[in-house]
Design a protein around this ligand. Structure first.
Ligand SMILES: Nc1nc2c(ncn2[C@@H]2O[C@H](COP(=O)(O)OP(=O)(O)OP(=O)(O)O)[C@@H](O)[C@H]2O)c(=O)[nH]1
Ligand SMILES: [Mg+2]
Length: 363
């Protein structure tokens, strides 16, 4: 197993608790890559060092024996990476590199693979902008070894641009097929399960529809949406989709590449915003997802649903109930309180059906 040290700068306006929660998350991201975190080193600083992020002396004193990576929660510039590597001998990886690599490892379908490659190439391209350094120094630190890395190294800017254009064309083909699918579902009640990564979205889809989506305690297990039929009552059905998870500071190029995958949420008539009640940082997680959903889905009704209540105690449960009185509390895995969720879905379905019938009458 590869090993990493996490390094962070604590500036006067950083809150200690938030910092800890963010580094906890960074550690989970690293664990999703099978990288073990040996220690966290935090330097109190007035501001971030422009050349080395933390102080040079601080970096040069780090014990590096047996360690492979030096990981940072914030984005590092290519020159910061170079300097840090020179001072420590460790390979620097930042949050974006880590998330991108997780996406790369988990991409299974042709579409997801294209999307990840596009994001990766765009990241390389933007780090090459205005620089004369060669690719070998720029490419994603984690994937650089072995055949793939060498292949990447050979690509110059032009080749990258050509490849991006090709991948964009391929993606367009897949997207137009998807677009047609969305259109054909105009008269169907569409639900999507959205939420922070690892909230239990795939587990809920599996429980509600007997789908067979892989659900694991790893971040970003799902990179493709799966859609299934959900029986409501009599001969009424909805379709329900599992979606890609959100995370704070999701790399810009990944968001852009996965736009069509996230789009399934924008087409839905009801969004289940699923929250992991056991997360120490669920309030910020709700906020991150809420902010994303406000962008294109402001008008779509949303259900706030807390999951994994089988793992929590009464005290915490009551606290959440008091904080979010309209939320539904379930366990997707242990099938607790799913009836309330289904009934609420049904209420929304009936409202939607009524609106649809009324609008037909007016045509
Ligand atoms: N105890 C308990 N575990 C749950 C529950 N729901 C999901 N889990 C576990 O939480 C982990 C994540 O579940 P997933 O369904 O993969 O979560 P997800 O939101 O689809 O995650 P990503 O696709 O990675 O964004 C898995 O190990 C599940 O078994 C629950 O109600 N109770
Ligand atoms: Mg999933």
């Amino acid at each position: 197993m590869k090993k990493a040290i996490i390094v962070e700068a604590k500036t006067p306006n950083t809150d200690t608790i938030t910092l800890k929660l963010h580094l906890d998350e960074l550690e989970r991201l690293l664990n999703s890559l099978n990288i073990e975190v040996e220690k966290r080193l935090i330097q109190n600083r007035h501001k971030i060092h422009p050349a080395t992020y933390v102080g040079e002396g601080f970096l040069s004193r780090i014990e590096t024996e047996g360690t492979d990576y030096i990981a940072f929660d914030n984005k590092l510039s290519p020159s910061q990476k170079r300097n840090i590597k020179n001072l420590t001998g460790l390979t620097p990886i930042d949050r974006e590199d880590i998330i991108l690599q997780i996406f790369k490892n988990h991409a299974k379908t042709k579409e997801a693979k294209i999307q990840v490659e596009l994001a990766e190439l765009k990241t390389i391209l933007s780090s090459l902008k205005g620089r004369k350094t060669n690719l070998a120094q720029q490419v994603g630190a984690i994937g650089v070894k072995g055949g793939k890395g060498e292949k990447q190294i050979e690509l110059d800017r032009r080749k990258i641009q050509k490849r991006i254009a090709f991948l964009n064309r391929e993606l367009k083909k897949i997207e137009s097929r998807k677009e047609n699918l969305h259109k054909s579902r105009e008269n169907t009640f569409k639900i999507s399960i959205a939420g922070y990564t690892n909230a239990g979205k795939s587990t809920l889809l599996n429980t509600l529809t007997k789908a067979n989506v892989s659900a694991k305690d790893k971040l970003f297990m799902t990179l493709d949406t799966t859609t299934r039929k959900l029986h409501l009552y009599q001969n009424r059905y909805a379709i329900i989709s599992d979606t890609v998870g959100f995370i704070r500071k999701l790399p810009h190029h990944l968001v852009a590449s996965f736009k069509s995958t996230f789009a399934v949420i924008t087409y839905s008539n009801l969004i289940i915003q699923l929250v992991d009640i056991t997360s120490n940082n669920f309030e910020e997680e709700i906020e991150v997802v809420h902010r994303e959903l406000q962008k294109d889905c402001e008008k779509i009704p949303k259900l706030l649903v807390f999951n994994k209540i089988d793992l929590t105690n009464k005290f915490h449960l009551n606290r959440v109930k008091a904080l979010y009185p309209h939320a539904i509390l379930i366990s997707a895995k242990e099938k607790i309180n799913l009836e309330e969720l289904k009934e609420t879905i049904l209420t929304h379905y009936k409202k939607w059906e009524k609106l649809k019938n009324n609008s037909k009458k007016h045509i």
